[in-house]
Design a protein around this ligand. Structure first.
Ligand SMILES: [Zn+2]
Ligand SMILES: [Zn+2]
Length: 426
């Protein structure tokens, strides 16, 4: 460990988490962040810092950090160069927002001691929380759509609106929707669960086509291995291609003519694949078991909704008929429907996170309004509204004292009424 005078002045190294990951604290306020080691030779674009290289151009890192500015994405703070070890001259640290409540993989590895009675695995509120948060994150990555949460100036009701701040949005496919990349922030106020955020953008693909018009089908297609993620040998890709063809995975999908071109790009991966990956994770939250939505690595069959009689190989993986699954549990029909819909999008190339979100939102509200458990569930929006209303009351009381006239203070407030954006406020 270097002496402190050698460390980056703005962030102090606190402790090493694993080979490449550190906890750092911001010197100014002691807030904890995660910092991941990168090699400048492998990721030169991440190091082109404005402060090191004054330049008018928007450089890759800044562009990425700006894009990732969304409440359901882990945000990148900045790259730093702490001189930890002289031998590692090319190393730098990328500072990320830290989510204190861990990730979903940790929850799968060490589930809560008491499983809620009648649920298969995790409580319904948590499954909804992850579903809605990740769909919001994906609607943003795929299409640049953000949700606005407004508090109506007239009667303090919550209004939701969608908008797209960037007309030239280039769809981004995350390609690593995995439990270890779904993180939870510490809870705020009365929230039942802390903000849920998607992290790890190392395998993201920014597709070259401009934003898809809102009413048209999306045909955004990426390939699974064409970035730094993992190296796949030609034999493995050929095998994947043949397996995919044998299972009609490419049926109706244009632009996958032969395996040689697939060799260059890897496995076909669409918006639908991404949503189905999320569906499989939600399914696991409810069932406790991992659900493999791709062709079985042992026998080559698809074990989800196979044509009867199903897989007759000697395979340890059991067939799953989605319509029959999770029926014995007390999860709401709405939640089951959302999860099953998502899983079935795997071979759809016209799927949209936004559409899935809007449907899920309606079914979630039903659960939240009509069940005792739902009514007790305090979500991110509830907390924003509660805090905003408390703030309003406090200001009104203050104004009443200042003016010495209650009526006048209330009239003043009424004159100012306008919709307020809660997320911006936060
Ligand atoms: Zn199998
Ligand atoms: Zn089989």
């Amino acid at each position: 460990m270097a002496n402190t005078s050698e460390q980056h002045p703005e962030y102090v190294l606190e402790k090493q988490v694993n080979d490449t990951l550190h906890f750092v604290r911001r010197a100014a306020d002691g807030v904890r962040y995660l910092a991941k080691e990168y090699n400048a030779r492998d990721y030169p674009e991440l190091l082109h810092l404005r402060e090191e290289k004054p330049d008018d151009k928007i450089i890759a890192f800044e562009a990425a950090a700006r894009v990732l500015n969304h409440e359901n994405l882990i945000s990148i703070v900045k790259p730093i160069r702490p001189v930890v070890d002289r031998a590692k001259d090319n190393e730098f640290l990328l500072v990320y927002e830290f989510c204190a409540d861990g990730n979903l993989q940790q929850l799968f590895d060490k589930p809560p001691m008491e499983v809620v009675p009648d649920y298969g695995f995790l409580p319904e509120g948590l499954v909804w929380h992850v579903a809605l948060s990740m769909l919001r994150a994906l609607a943003f990555l795929h299409e640049g759509w953000r949700e606005k949460i407004l508090l109506s100036g007239d009667d303090d009701t919550v209004i939701r609106r969608w908008y797209c701040p960037d007309d030239d949005w280039m769809p981004i496919i995350h390609r690593s929707i995995r439990p270890e990349n779904i993180h939870f922030q510490a809870r705020k106020g009365k929230e039942t669960y802390g903000l849920c955020k998607l992290g790890d953008f190392g395998r993201c693909v920014v597709t070259g086509t401009a934003r898809v018009p809102r009413d048209n089908n999306i045909e955004v297609v990426a390939m699974l291995n064409n970035l730094a993620g993992r190296d796949v040998g030609p034999e493995e890709i050929q095998e994947m291609w043949y397996t995919a063809h044998a299972n009609n995975l490419y049926e109706g999908v244009e632009g996958v003519p032969d395996w040689e071109s697939t060799l260059e790009h890897g496995r076909l991966y669409t918006i639908g694949s991404e949503l189905a990956d999320l569906g499989a994770i939600l399914y696991r939250m409810m069932d406790g078991n991992r659900l493999d939505i791709e062709a079985c690595r042992r026998c080559g069959c698809f074990h989800i909704d196979p044509e009867p009689p199903g897989c007759i190989c000697e395979c340890s993986v059991k067939d799953v008929y989605l319509d029959q699954s999770l029926k014995e549990t007390k999860y709401s029909d709405g939640l089951r429907e959302v999860v099953i819909d998502l899983i079935r999008l795997n071979r759809e190339n016209s799927a949209r996170a936004y559409t899935c979100y809007e449907k899920a939102w309606g079914l979630y509200r039903k659960w939240k309004d009509l069940t005792a458990e739902g009514q007790a569930h305090f979500d991110h929006y509830d907390d924003l509204v509660a805090r905003k209303l408390a703030e309003k009351r406090r200001k009104l009381d203050e104004r009443k004292r200042e003016l010495g006239d209650e009526k006048l203070a209330e009239q003043e407030l009424a004159a100012k009424k306008k919709d307020e954006d809660l997320l911006a406020w936060e």
